[in-house]
Write a protein that binds this ligand. Structure first.
Ligand code: TRP
Length: 343
């Protein structure tokens, strides 16, 4: 799969986020900022993936339902414009569940078990024999999301590449069955920013581990998170030379600090010695406070008017119903299931 960058030629873009928590700086650096630019050139739809969120939260469903509007508020606060981008809710698009069911017949269990992202998630969540079927098969539901919109470009992090591979396998099987091109293969759009590490520098970003900075973080939370950030454990005295590789403070500065030449000098100074962790953390904290203050304020403002958020989501979902019905019709047609269409 090639990682072609978007051309000026408009493409159909579909991306989504599990609604299992508020979005954080990792989402912002990795994909939200990019979506704000993409909406200017392309036809973009963003899916609030509540059904997918349930695949490992069915015993605690409020974790999903209570976060749907938070995620919409996060989108709007970073500058996603509902006039330019369609924002829709996965569970309110039955087409997606239907497509998932049809595609399920084209994917073997062993293929699902080979998906490296799902494999490592299964391990880290310790499912063992109680692995929910819905979790193992979520790549099929993601293929339904992508193909239902005829998406050609999917902005994702590199952990999602296996989902796109599986999507394209399903597309090829459908097209082979049809004997013609009914569905389109998609390409990933990886962001230039490398994956942002968690603040502890060790684990995957996780709300439970408290090693993320949410877009909603208060001033106090931002300060505490930067203070606790992993730096260079061998940099004990200010005058010692310090390492910038693997140093989370510098990785965050690389992602967000606006003045690249000042940052380059700062790095040299740190490597040479004479620049303390406290000083670099202060610079990062100021940068993040300044960047997140307006986002936090806008987010709070949006969340004060829930009716408006619901209206945006329902407009986008209704528009998406219209956009996706043709693909379901075509897929059912391949299986001969439009013959007995009962009105
Ligand atoms: N799997 C994605 C995630 O965990 C969310 C998602 C659901 C998605 N459907 C999608 C991403 C369709 C891209 C396209 O973040």
């Amino acid at each position: 799969m090639t990682n072609k960058q978007p051309t000026e030629q408009p493409e159909i873009i579909l991306t989504g986020d599990r609604a299992t928590g508020s979005l954080h700086l990792g989402h912002y650096a990795g994909s939200l900022k990019q979506r704000v630019n993409l909406q200017e050139i392309h036809e973009q739809t963003i899916l609030v993936a509540d059904m997918q969120g349930l695949t490992d939260n069915a015993n605690n469903p409020s974790k999903v339902s209570s976060n749907i509007l938070n995620v919409v508020a996060d989108y709007l606060a970073v500058g996603i414009d509902p006039i330019k981008t369609t924002i829709c809710l996965q569970s309110q698009l039955p087409v997606l569940a239907e497509l998932t069911m049809y595609y399920s017949n084209l994917v073997s269990i062993s293929r699902l078990e080979r998906n490296p992202t799902v494999k490592s998630e299964i391990q880290s969540k310790g499912f063992q024999r109680s692995l929910p079927a819905g979790f193992l098969t979520y790549p099929i539901s993601q293929a339904a999301d992508i193909t239902a919109f005829n998406a050609t470009l999917v902005p994702v992090g590199d952990d999602q590449l296996p989902m796109l591979e599986q999507t394209n396998e399903i597309v090829r099987k459908i097209n082979t069955l049809a004997g013609k091109s009914v569905l389109y293969e998609c390409r990933p759009l990886l962001s230039h920013a490398s994956r942002l590490p968690s603040t502890d520098g060790k684990n995957k970003m996780s709300k439970t581990l408290g090693n993320t900075i949410n877009l909603s973080a208060s001033e106090k939370e931002i300060r505490a998170a930067v203070k606790s950030m992993y730096t260079d454990p061998s940099h004990l005295q200010i005058e010692d030379p310090g390492n910038i590789e693997g140093n989370v403070v510098f990785t965050y500065l690389d992602a967000f600090y606006p003045d690249a030449s000042y940052l380059a000098d700062l790095k040299k100074h740190y490597q040479r010695g004479g620049l303390g962790d406290g000083a670099i953390k202060k610079i990062l904290e100021e940068c993040l406070q300044e960047m997140l203050r307006p986002i936090r304020e806008k987010r709070e403002e949006y969340l004060r008017d829930k009716a408006q958020l619901i209206e945006i989501l329902s407009q986008g979902t209704k528009a998406s119903r219209v956009k996706t019905e043709k693909v379901l019709f075509d897929v059912k047609d391949i299986f001969g299931l439009n013959i007995f269409k009962i009105e």
